[in-house]
Design a binder for this molecule. Sequence first.
Ligand SMILES: *[C@@H]1O[C@H](CO)[C@@H](O)[C@H](O)[C@H]1NC(C)=O
Ligand SMILES: *[C@@H]1O[C@H](CO)[C@@H](O)[C@H](O)[C@H]1NC(C)=O
Ligand SMILES: *[C@@H]1O[C@H](CO)[C@@H](O)[C@H](O)[C@H]1NC(C)=O
Ligand SMILES: *[C@@H]1O[C@H](CO)[C@@H](O)[C@H](O)[C@H]1NC(C)=O
Ligand SMILES: *[C@@H]1O[C@H](CO)[C@@H](O)[C@H](O)[C@H]1NC(C)=O
Ligand SMILES: [Ca+2]
Length: 527
Amino acid sequence: MLYLAALLVHCIPLAMGQYDICKSWVTTDDGPSWEFYACQPKAMRMKDYVTVRVDPAGITCGDPPERFCTHENPYLCSDECDASNPDLAHPPKLMFDSEDEGLATYWQSVTWRRYPEPLLANITLSWNKSIELTDDIVITFEYGRPTIMMLEKSLDNGRTWHPYQYYADDCMEAFSMPARRVRDLSTTSANRVLCTEEYSRWAGSKKEKTVRFEVRDRFAIFAGPDLKNMDNLYTRLESAKGLKDFFTVTDLRMRLLRPALGGTYVQRENLYKYFYAVSNIEVTGRCKCNLHANLCTFKEGSLQCECEHNTTGQDCGKCKKNFRSRSWRAGSYLPLPNGSPNACAAAGSAFGNCECYGHSNRCSYIDFLNVVTCVSCKHNTRGQHCQHCRLGFYRNSSAELDDENVCIECNCNQIGSMHDRCNETGYCECREGATGPKCDDCLPNYYWRQGCFPNVCDDELLLCQNGGTCYQNQRCICPVGFKGVLCQQSRCEVDKKDCDGAPAAGGSLAAVALGVLALQLRGWVEL
Ligand SMILES: *[C@@H]1O[C@H](CO)[C@@H](O)[C@H](O)[C@H]1NC(C)=O
Ligand SMILES: *[C@@H]1O[C@H](CO)[C@@H](O)[C@H](O)[C@H]1NC(C)=O
Ligand SMILES: *[C@@H]1O[C@H](CO)[C@@H](O)[C@H](O)[C@H]1NC(C)=O
Ligand SMILES: *[C@@H]1O[C@H](CO)[C@@H](O)[C@H](O)[C@H]1NC(C)=O
Ligand SMILES: *[C@@H]1O[C@H](CO)[C@@H](O)[C@H](O)[C@H]1NC(C)=O
Ligand SMILES: [Ca+2]
């Protein structure tokens, strides 16, 4: 029996845990049928699909033509960069071409003429597709590696960026970070961002040309030095939070912060030997397809997973239409060796025809109503098919019904609004005096103080009288001798003994009358 099982495993081509097939036609007791597995595309040379951008404008050499020299030959500055001459030009695309043996082609920056102003350049690589790195990123510099640089990554097509690795000949000085080596990381720190001094030292510009982001060394922490134990790595990727994402990118950015110096100091009298030159950027990885595809193709200018398991989307990140009876899930590397496909299921395959738009995994039959209804709708949805938004949420008009973001919280201001519900465009119902979509503003002639209250005084109709000043529309600060909401009342009229030394009130009688009139208009004073 054991022998048989071993034989069986042997026959399945993905016994090595490579996850390279998505389904196979198998014969069971019930007859032949498809069996489904977690699957992923093969690793590819990602530089063939990249879009590159070099910043700032004018950082590429040759416009206008310029001379430069090398650290080996610092006084023979006869080399020339000329953007208008194909033989002497060094455009960005030369970082991604395939080179004939022995002949390096490279992008080159202008020289450090503006020293001591820093010579800075950004090289941004974009794929418009999430990619999982499977091997080291290797950047080859001609004429010496930068003494300070930084690698950054984005997971959202360049909207947000995160540091990936720091490189400097002196990490403490450049980044206030201790120098570390990837080889010294442990299972719990495998996704740590660190600063390394390994690739920034001067070793002669011909000898050591590469700067690496060590993916293999990090994998080796789990899979052993020869990456023989990939099962262990895949198990880890599944269980360790954030580890998979650490190796996933949509964009990479190299920030070149200081060129090779070829010595300890910058020689001001010969700045023509300081510049950046990159001949190759090797990025090896596979399309991230959430373990739902084993093919990734380049279509209409971008990479696209060929989704199986009735999933769809650029990363197979959602269920196909009519296959949304359960919420979408990524496939899983576990259990080894075939993983779980976590396929999307056709609506109606479980219970009658109960579509839950992917917001619930369960349906339930309610006997006395004779209906099947979704149970525990997620993503703030409710209803028989999770097709409505919960109270306090409204429908996101730019999201489909099966989108996780389909319901948006109303966010009504607790004090300014009647309740926490809103209409279909997110407007809350405001209490008197409040306004704005969320009722967190006041109408004109109202002031905010734990809610909106009518102005007591202002600079127009509700003027404070007799030299009083209006404090934040809330009350009049009256001069000595006057009182009342608008300071309209002389104290001495109320109490004769207050008259001593009080300013004459006669002149402002008309103003008092006006103030009272205004109050009457606002419905405040009833005579
Ligand atoms: C490089 O990118 C960073 C981050 O966006 C930016 O702050 C910096 O100014 C850029 N440098 C150059 C030289 O464009
Ligand atoms: C990025 O890929 C998406 C999906 O394939 C496509 O719709 C979009 O046009 C692409 N954007 C760019 C800038 O290429
Ligand atoms: C996807 O849907 C088709 C059509 O109903 C079905 O034949 C196939 O088995 C489904 N695939 C999976 C992985 O469920
Ligand atoms: C509405 O849905 C779109 C598409 O999923 C999403 O990008 C957006 O963030 C959502 N809006 C809000 C306010 O959640
Ligand atoms: C929601 O309320 C706002 C403000 O009262 C209104 O302008 C809007 O038309 C309402 N939207 C709907 C769909 O009723
Ligand atoms: Ca090249």
